[in-house]
Write a protein that binds this ligand. Structure first.
Ligand SMILES: Nc1ncnc2c1ncn2[C@@H]1O[C@H](COP(=O)(O)OP(=O)(O)OP(=O)(O)O)[C@@H](O)[C@H]1O
Ligand code: SF4
Ligand SMILES: [Mg+2]
Length: 319
């Protein structure tokens, strides 16, 4: 096991209240495994990603739990120790590659700088930087370009190539292809796949379930700050257990061929005051229609249980 997240909770302490963005989330990522989290906007996916690398932006704080990376609790490390791990052992790619690049400096200088920081001498770094660009199909003369002179897809490929240079043990990719067209999207996904083949574990975030299904080993579903279901791709696709997962699939035409497509009624809750019990109960059609769940789902928080080998769900239907 490479990463073991145990009961991770992350709150944002805002002027208008405490946002319980991630609560009691537990899951693991094995060596060389690709795990994807899906869920609606605001469900806490990015916050989990920031939590794993202990980089939750202010006013956010990890309020509970552990993130064991090769047995070390990252939530307990000093900023110096974390800096050593990030970039070298854990790489990150975000939705907007501009956030990872300095707009005022040439991309080549930035790649070289990262390599030099990791102990490569400058001449060798320049040669490797050119090779890296070639390896992601970017002409080597682009090395003297500024980030704004490149396309979004090129910028994203450069970030991923930089991540690849150090053969990280873990790549965290938060919606890295969302802003890109489908062809460029495929090329980015292929690069991440290549990294995986070289032994890197992938923690991928998307709201596009079809994308998750294609490449992942396991999929986790987040709803309103909670991980509600996780399992192997086949288990999740063939036998979605949680009513939210089922509703999510029923609103995804690609996955629900020949079945009725329907949007999920209602809205995700305000995480400053999430509903008691199961956070999904105000929108859950099963709860609405089953008399015996009244006073259960709206009162008691469902615990994660393993229903079949490796397939976990947090829902009172499976108690
Ligand atoms: N800096 C912040 N300050 C206050 N609240 C925040 C902050 N960042 C995120 N949140 C809140 O935390 C919750 C989870 O947000 P997060 O960005 O992790 O969701 P997400 O699943 O990544 O959404 P998206 O799909 O839109 O990227 C949301 O309710 C959001 O409003
Ligand atoms: S715990 Fe109850 S309300 Fe929540 S998803 Fe399951 S059935 Fe619906
Ligand atoms: Mg996000």
């Amino acid at each position: 096991m490479l990463v073991d997240v145990k009961n991770l909770s992350i709150y944002y302490f805002t002027l208008s209240g405490i946002v319980r963005a991630v609560e009691n989330v537990s899951f693991h990522i094995d060596k060389g495994e690709w795990v994807t989290f899906v869920g609606e906007s605001g469900s806490g996916k990015s916050t989990v990603a920031y939590g794993i690398i202990n980089l939750v932006p202010s006013p956010g704080k990890i309020t509970g739990g552990k993130v064991l990376f090769q047995g070390n609790d990252l939530t307990k490390l000093s900023p110096e120790e974390l800096k050593n791990i990030r970039g070298k052992e854990i790489s990150m790619v975000f939705q907007d590659p501009m956030t990872s690049l300095d707009p005022l400096r040439k991309v080549g200088d930035q790649i070289v700088e990262v390599m030099v920081e990791h102990g490569v001498d400058e001449k060798e770094a320049l040669k490797r930087a050119k090779d890296l660009l070639k390896s992601v199909n970017i002409p080597e003369d682009r090395i003297s370009y500024y980030p704004h002179q490149l396309s979004g897809g090129q910028r994203q490929r450069i970030i991923i190539s930089m991540a690849m240079a150090f053969h990280p043990k873990l790549l965290i990719a938060d919606e890295p292809t969302t802003a890109l067209d489908v062809i460029v999207q495929d090329s980015i996904m292929d690069l991440i796949d290549k990294l995986k083949e070289e032994g890197t574990s992938i923690f991928f975030i998307t709201h596009d379930i079809s994308l998750a299904v294609e490449r992942s080993d396991r999929i986790g579903i987040m709803y309103a700050g909670k991980l509600v279901e996780i399992g192997f791709v086949d288990q999740i696709i063939e036998n979605p257990l949680h009513p939210y997962t089922q509703a999510l699939f029923a609103s995804t035409p690609d996955l629900w061929v020949d079945k009725k497509i329907s949007a999920i009624p209602g809205f995700p809750p305000d995480l400053r005051a999430p509903p008691p019990g199961c956070r999904f109960h105000p929108r859950c059609s099963v709860f609405k229609n089953k008399e015996e769940l009244k006073g259960v789902c709206d009162v008691e928080e469902p615990k994660m249980i393993e229903v079949e080998n490796g397939h976990f769900v947090a829902c009172h239907l499976y108690r």
